[in-house]
Each structure stands twice: as structure tokens, then as C-alpha cells.
Ligand binder design. Sequence first.
Ligand code: ADP
Ligand code: MG
Length: 249
Amino acid sequence: MGILEVKGVNKRFGGLQALGDVNLSVAENTVHAIIGPNGAGKSTLLNCLVGKLIPDTGSVMFNGQSVLGRKPFEINQMGISRVFQTPEIFGDLSVLENVMIPCFAKRDGAFRMHAIEGVQNEKQIMEKALLMLEDLNMADKRNMHSASLSRGDKRRLEMAMCLVQEPKLLLLDEPTAGMARADTNNTIDLLKEIKEKRDITMCIIEHDMHVVFSLADRITVLAQGTPLVEDAPENIKGNPKVREAYLGE
Ligand code: ADP
Ligand code: MG
């Protein structure tokens, strides 16, 4: 049994079958990549995992519990965190404050920073956030205005905001989309660093093959809403079915 088990998931948008009978098993502590041409249904699948979309049929089990019918914040509390294509940080706040916010959210189930939070709690949260920044080698930037960070550091900060919640599964939708090669390589290094240091499972949707082959332990190829092949990276490269799916891209 994988930490994430998707079985028989279908999703239609009007007359369009975006996902057709998707089965996916993600093993714990691995990096599982989902690749496929544009429009293959990758983002739709990811949205079904985080509660943003509800599949028409099928099941999505995380850690033995169904995620279906739960709200995104509840799924987040179950241990699934999502990294967005463009880093979602609060530019007006300091780096440290940004990492503190998800700690409040974890406890309350929503972004509520009200007066009930005692000073002592806030102090503990600050310490926790600072440890997280140290872990990602960003502690020296803790008092910086987040908007002034470099693009790479914004991505690093966003990862800190995710990881401070101690997720078991990290979902990444094209984390290097639109990046120059140097930023892409920095992101690969950051994700490798995270993978090596913690007990975490990652499910990464990615178009860039360099990223996929640098990180993935396992690859699922999605085409027209259906998994075409699932295999180790070394077997994906030469697979004729995969080449065919990408023809005409
Ligand atoms: P990918 O991420 O692999 O590029 P998507 O999951 O975004 O693919 O889209 C799969 C298909 O579903 C596409 O044909 C897309 O146009 C369609 N689609 C995605 N979201 C919606 C929506 N909210 N309403 C209607 N069609 C959608
Ligand atoms: Mg997409």
C-alpha cells in the first residue's frame, strides 16, 4: 500500500473527460513524478488530491483515509501540502513572519491570528519557524522584507512555509515552470536537499524532463487523462508509448 492510493478516478468538465479511470500508487518516502503533454489532466489530478476538485467517481486514499469530500484545509491538516507554480508568500511581511503564519494555520485550521494566541505560544512558534529557516539555510535572511528576496530565495521561503507544517506528502505542480536554467537547477538542488534530509513523499508534476530525471524515483505518464505507463526513470526514456504521447507537442 502506498501513502497515496488513487483508484478509478474519473473527472469530466461538461463533454470533456479530463481524467479517465486514473489509478496511481505513490510509495512512502519516494519522489513520484507525473508527466504528460499539455492538457493530459495533470493539474486536474492534483486538484482532486487537495480537495479543490471532487472526482465524479473513484477513491483517493491518503495514509489509509479518504480525502474525498474534505475541504482543502482539512486535507492539509491530514499531512498534504501543495507548492504553487508561483511562490505564494506575503511580500509585506518578513521572512520569519511568513514561516510563522502556517504554524498558526495548522492549529486553528484557518489563517486566524487573533488575540487568543498567548505570548508564550507565539514565542514557541517563532522558535519553530526559526529552526525551519536554519534548516533551509535562510536564518540570516529572517528579518528581510520577503518581497525583496531573489526568486530562488522566494521559492526556498515557500518551501519553508510548507515544511514547517511537517507534511507527509508534498505536491508540486511544475515548480520550475518559466524559470531560467540556473533557477531550475537551484530548485532541483533544494528539492534533493529536502528529500535527503527528511521523511517526506513528493509527488511532482513536471514538464521539464531534466527536472524529472534528476529527482524522480518513479514516473507515471499521463496521456489524455489516463495513465499510459508507470515505471522507473531509466525505463521511461526509451519507451515507445511515451514518445508517441509526446509527438505533436
Ligand atoms: P495539464 O495540467 O496536464 O496540462 P489540465 O488538468 O489542466 O491538464 O487539463 C486537462 C483538460 O481539462 C484540458 O483539456 C483542459 O482544457 C480541461 N480543463 C481543466 N480544467 C478545466 C475546467 N475547470 N473547466 C473545463 N475544462 C477544464
Ligand atoms: Mg497543468
